[in-house]
Design a protein around this ligand. Sequence first.
Ligand SMILES: NC(=O)c1ccc[n+]([C@@H]2O[C@H](COP(=O)([O-])OP(=O)(O)OC[C@H]3O[C@@H](n4cnc5c(N)ncnc54)[C@H](O)[C@@H]3O)[C@@H](O)[C@H]2O)c1
Length: 282
Amino acid sequence: MKGPVSGEERGSMKDLINKVAVVTGAASGIGEGIAITAARRGANVVLADIAADRMGRVTQRLKDECGVRALEVPTDVSDPEAVEHLAEAAYAEFGAVHMLFNNAGFSRYGASWDMPMEDWKAVMDTDFYGCLYGIRAFVPRMIAAGEPGHIINTASLAGLVPTPRSAPYAAAKHALVGLSASLRYELEMEQIPIKVTVVCPGYIKTGILQRLGERISTATSDLDRKLIETVTAGCESGMDIEEAGRVILDGVANGQFWISPNGARFEQSIRDLHQNLYEEAF
Ligand SMILES: NC(=O)c1ccc[n+]([C@@H]2O[C@H](COP(=O)([O-])OP(=O)(O)OC[C@H]3O[C@@H](n4cnc5c(N)ncnc54)[C@H](O)[C@@H]3O)[C@@H](O)[C@H]2O)c1
């Protein structure tokens, strides 16, 4: 696992030995897959999650299975002060951060026009602003350190194609795709050696739907039932979290801006959307 890497690869995210990765939403799902894959490739990991009680299992896996250092920092990413504290704790422990995975996220179910505003705000606060707070806390520190770095934002295919009954999620993920693309150009323009990746997963087998809230079980129309059945079946038969972690870390090592684990089945929807744009708008 921890074999030698050529001189050319040193400093890039191909060689993760002794690199430091911060992963938000690391207590389960895709975040766990990222954390375990990064650790297997030699990185020390800072785990951040709002569910402080669920992080210990993953931390123990990293130490036992991978023999790396792992630090748990309970963090609500929707709170900018908590994210600032996460950065302080990561730098205090390791002295450097090379990869920030802004991955924490969740959705709420309902129609755009009658979903409670508190649900709209909660999703935007975590799925969009949580990532922005991460960028604002870590990028200045990475620039000051002068070492190569990488910001990896977990958006979704919902950040590219329409997803009914989860408009706050779609809005937050579209915004995150836009933020990632702008950030990438800003860093490139100034020749700052920090890369940016946006991850747009298709269905991954995680517990995300269990955290969707009670409205998913009270949605009673035939249309809603069908939609929920489709999404549930998609997640249940989705890509395994560790495979998703490998796809993401491989894409990061290749310096890709776009990574879409298990996204191929949505390729035609994205092509159709763009075709429609060309035909109608220009
Ligand atoms: N599972 C999929 O099919 C899928 C598809 C596309 C995108 N995604 C995205 O992947 C990311 C990870 O989701 P997942 O599927 O692994 O779900 P998950 O529920 O297993 O993991 C999400 C983690 O984020 C944590 N979290 C939620 N709010 C937080 C907050 N405010 N601060 C800190 N941590 C918080 C949760 O406690 C949980 O551990 C999310 O951004 C999600 O939108 C998932």
